[in-house]
Structures are given as structure tokens and as C-alpha cells.
Design a protein around this ligand. Structure first.
Ligand SMILES: [Ca+2]
Ligand SMILES: [Ca+2]
Length: 233
């Protein structure tokens, strides 16, 4: 079990930044190994990051018809026979996984802590691998402009451990394509981390935030009214 860490991936920096808020203060609560269960849950979403800014633009809904098939998944990017779903299951299991066959392509058992519910699972068939920022949400937040290769990279991103997470089927079904204004994990202790990872992913991929989403994220992070509109860094 690794302790939660504050170093983090953030490859892209937003171009035109319209809205800014800092959540540095929030990060301190994740900087120590406290309650083991919460540490486990933090780990399941990957390490932390310094979140400095978000961007927001208005995009006409009619300009971006969504088709899940545009975002090809699950692929096997490194050609080792384990597709993205199974790569995530292997990475997030708290014990060595078991495989269906000697080829070790398909995970058949392990031990996973679902950060959305706080429940433990051992059968991968009871788990979905969830895009924390759903494909449809990414699409309407700017990904509709990407070429097919970039859409595929987003759908299969393993570089940020928080991007894809193994969660219970029921939690994922209730989430659907909703953003934090309309859905939050039932496990309330995880909300702040969820908001922080959500922002990190959207920043990293230069995706936009709508007003209700920003308000919801601010509320979760206890930062109502801290958004500075009109800044341009
Ligand atoms: Ca693979
Ligand atoms: Ca949204």
C-alpha cells in the first residue's frame, strides 16, 4: 500500500484561460497517510496535482453530435494482449490478479476497492472501468474537435492513474455521462478527491467547464465565490 502522493502529471497547459481558481489549500488534506481506507481510495484514483486554473467556453450543442463509437476503446496500445480495461484492473487490484488463461490477457479475479461506493470487489465482472470525465462529457466539452487518434488516446488514457477507474457496475450506471452538477459518488468521503481529479483531467486535456459544473466543483471544494472571471493568463 502506497501513501498518497502530491506529485502529479499535467502535460498540457490551457491556452486561453478565462476562469481561474486555486485549490491549493484543498490539497493539504490529502498530503498525509491518515485513515487507511481513505488512503486506499485516494490511491485508486492516482496521485494528486496542483490545480491552478480552469477554462470555460460556450459551445453550441448542435455543433457536436455525439457517438460513443467515435472514441475507440478498449484498445491494446502496447500489444501485450491486455486491453485498456484489463490494464486498469491489473493496476488497481490490491492483490496480484488471477488470469483466465496462461496467456494472461483476461483478468479473472483480484481485489478492488471501488472509490465511488467504498465497497470491495473480487470479481471483475462486477466492475466497469469508468472514464471519470465521461466520453460524452469530454465530447461536449471540446473533444468533438479532436481527430480520431486523439479521441482514442483519451478513451484509453493510462498515463494519469485517475483517468480510468474500476468501479461497481451499479455506480457507473447511475453516473452515466453526468458531470458533478448532476452526479457525485455515493461515497461522500471521496467527493473532494473526485472533484480534484475531474478538474485535473479536464485541464490536462484542455476541456471546458460549464457554469453549473464549476459551481458544483467549487461547492465540493468549499470554494464558492473564488472564481475570477475575465482573467487571461
Ligand atoms: Ca496492453
Ligand atoms: Ca459539463
Amino acid at each position: 500500500m502506497q501513501c498518497f502522493s502530491l506529485t502529479s502529471p499535467q502535460r498540457n497547459s490551457p491556452g486561453k484561460i478565462l476562469l481561474i481558481f486555486s485549490v491549493l489549500g484543498v490539497l493539504s488534506i490529502f498530503s498525509s497517510c491518515g485513515n487507511m481506507e481513505e488512503s486506499e481510495i485516494m490511491d485508486s484514483m492516482g496521485d494528486g496535482s496542483t490545480i491552478n486554473s480552469v477554462s470555460s467556453t460556450e459551445i453550441p450543442l448542435s455543433a457536436m453530435p455525439y457517438d460513443r463509437g467515435l472514441y475507440k476503446h478498449w484498445i491494446d496500445a502496447d500489444g501485450d494482449c491486455q486491453n485498456t480495461r484489463h490494464e486498469v484492473l491489473i493496476e488497481e487490484s490490491q492483490v496480484d490478479v488471477e488470469f483466465k488463461t496462461d496467456e494472461q490477457c483476461i483478468v479473472s479475479a483480484g481485489r478492488w476497492l471501488d472509490p465511488y461506493t467504498g465497497e470491495i470487489f473480487t470479481d471483475p465482472q462486477e466492475l466497469d472501468v469508468d472514464h471519470v470525465v465521461p466520453l460524452r462529457e469530454a465530447h461536449i466539452s471540446g473533444a468533438y474537435l479532436w481527430d480520431s487518434k486523439k479521441k482514442e488516446r483519451y478513451a484509453n488514457d493510462l498515463d494519469d492513474a485517475g483517468h480510468l477507474v474500476a468501479v461497481s457496475l451499479s455506480a457507473n450506471r447511475s453516473k452515466g455521462a453526468k458531470d458533478p452538477a448532476d452526479w457525485l459518488p455515493p461515497y461522500t468521503s471521496f467527493h473532494e478527491e473526485y472533484a480534484r481529479v475531474w478538474i485535473r483531467i479536464k485541464q490536462r486535456w484542455e476541456l471546458t467547464f460549464d457554469d453549473a459544473e464549476i459551481a458544483a466543483l467549487e461547492k465540493i471544494l468549499g470554494m464558492e465565490g473564488s472564481v475570477l472571471i475575465g482573467s487571461n493568463l
